[in-house]
Design a protein around this ligand. Structure first.
Ligand code: TRP
Length: 451
């Protein structure tokens, strides 16, 4: 049997994982969630959520992956717990599911790079978004985006994903710093910063019932947990380094990029008097282009900034899509012995087909997103926490000891068994409430187009 692939460098692994974590969520969700929930006060809560929930769970996925050295389903066989293969299977299913519509949004971003070059995307943002976000144009850009994703994954871990993300992640940071520097020069930037970060602990104290679970949920989502992605990426680790240090580095960089995105987006919107809104697609594809069009310089400045901004969003989305496809491809390669390139092409095309409804109608996209994020993600995280905490147990602590003399393994295990488990259970319960019990206010299990 040929040798299984590994990352060439430890930094390569960290950057690939950061590439997965840094995505649309950091740009269109995190800054708006922060500003709506008490600014810097929310940031404190979020940092606590990352530290108390995000890092313990990412370590749990790392421990499974590095110990088992194989895809996220077969991993449980290698750990002598074959009945628990469903844990990895939910994650892989979630990855495949998410890839299908993530790529549709990636396609919009691709289109917006071109639309910024020509200026069309800035001329009439609302109708432009309507024209490119659904129907045949969206199917075409969806195909382009997923083809690029396939192209990188087909080259494998070292020559594909590691090489690509080694350039992509630093580019995201450098370009965001440049954009933030530009945004700082705009009149009204101060107002944007104040809106984004000025601390209001009263808001947190008053709405903690909703803010705490929101922060915990976002910490899990933002670190790409529950998708078998971190299990898969850690399975390619060849040498033993400190997983604590790696997890911490990934979490810090991911949070840093979210804050940086806010320092770009908020001043830009405030300088042009564009209402910040609630984030999401409306912010990135309508509010930002509206603000860009009003920058001084006769439109040209707006176009240049627009190209850079959408390039950042593109790179962020692509490095996340790569990890989604890789989790599924690793399964085909390791469990079924299929060669990497055909597996990437075949599964990529399957993901493209599954995404067609989302490309044709954004109501389908919302439904796919709702089910993935509210149902699959928390269930998969719950399964990982129970498995590592109560089934793998001491073996997981041993795994973290490889490459680290830090003695916090037992405390980590007990936090998984108790605190983390309870918090994840609460998140699951709240999400199920949204899914099944409150169709008027939350996600509903029956897709809107079919209602
Ligand atoms: N972390 C990504 C973001 O913030 C979204 C995401 C969630 C993701 N789970 C994932 C990306 C799994 C890749 C793989 O946008």
């Amino acid at each position: 049997m040929s040798q299984r692939e590994t990352w060439a460098t430890r930094t390569g692994f960290i950057l690939a994982a950061v590439g997965s974590a840094v995505g649309l969520g950091n740009i269109w969700r995190f800054p708006f969630q922060t500003s709506a929930n008490g600014g810097a006060a929310f940031l404190v809560v979020y940092l606590a959520a990352v530290l108390l929930i995000g890092i313990p769970v990412i370590l749990a996925e790392f421990a499974i992956g590095r110990r088992a050295n194989v895809d996220a389903v077969k991993a449980f066989r290698n750990l002598d717990k074959p009945n628990w293969r469903f844990v990895g299977a939910i994650g892989i299913l979630a990855s495949f599911w998410t890839l299908s519509y993530y790529s549709v949004v990636g396609g919009w971003v691709t289109r917006y790079i071109a639309g910024s070059v020509t200026g069309n995307a800035l001329a009439a943002p609302e109708s432009y978004f309507g024209a490119v976000s659904a129907g045949v144009p969206a199917v075409i850009t969806h195909a382009i985006f997923i083809a690029v994703t396939i192209g990188i994954v087909a080259f494998g871990i070292e020559r594909g994903i590691e090489l690509a993300t080694k350039f992509m992640v630093p580019s995201i940071v450098v370009l965001l710093v440049i954009l933030a520097g530009f945004a700082a020069t705009l009149p009204g930037a101060g107002e944007g910063y104040a809106f984004f970060l000025s601390p209001d602990f009263g808001v947190v104290a008053e709405n903690w019932q909703s803010i705490l679970p929101a922060a915990f949920g976002q910490a899990l989502f933002s670190l790409s947990l529950g998708f078998s992605v971190m299990i898969t990426y850690a399975s390619y680790l060849g040498s033993d380094d400190s997983l604590y240090a790696d997890g911490l580095a990934i979490a810090i960089t991911n949070t840093f990029v979210g804050v940086l995105a806010g320092l770009v987006v908020m001043p830009l919107l405030f300088a042009q008097g564009v209402p910040p809104g609630e984030g999401g697609a409306g912010a990135v594809f309508i509010a930002i282009p509206t603000a860009l069009a009003e920058l001084p310089g006769g439109g040209l400045v707006g176009q240049v900034i627009g190209v850079v901004f959408f390039a950042v969003v593109f790179i962020a989305a692509l490095s996340s899509a790569i990890s989604l496809l890789e989790a599924v491809v690793a399964y085909a390669v390791d469990t079924f012995g299929i060669a990497r390139a055909p597996a990437a092409v075949g599964l990529g095309i399957a993901g493209f087909l599954l995404g067609i409804p989302s490309a044709l109608d954004t109501a389908w996209l919302d439904w796919f997103d709702g089910l993935g994020v509210t149902l699959f993600l928390p269930l998969a995280v719950l399964a990982v926490v129970v498995f590592v905490g109560w089934i793998m147990g001491g073996e997981a602590v041993d795994e973290l000891r490889r490459g680290s003399s830090l003695g916090v393994g037992p405390a980590w295990l007990w936090s998984l068994r108790t605190f983390v488990l309870v918090v994840v259970l609460v998140v699951v319960a709240l999400n199920f409430n949204d899914l099944f019990l409150t169709p008027e206010t939350g996600y509903y299990i029956v897709p809107a187009p079919l209602q």
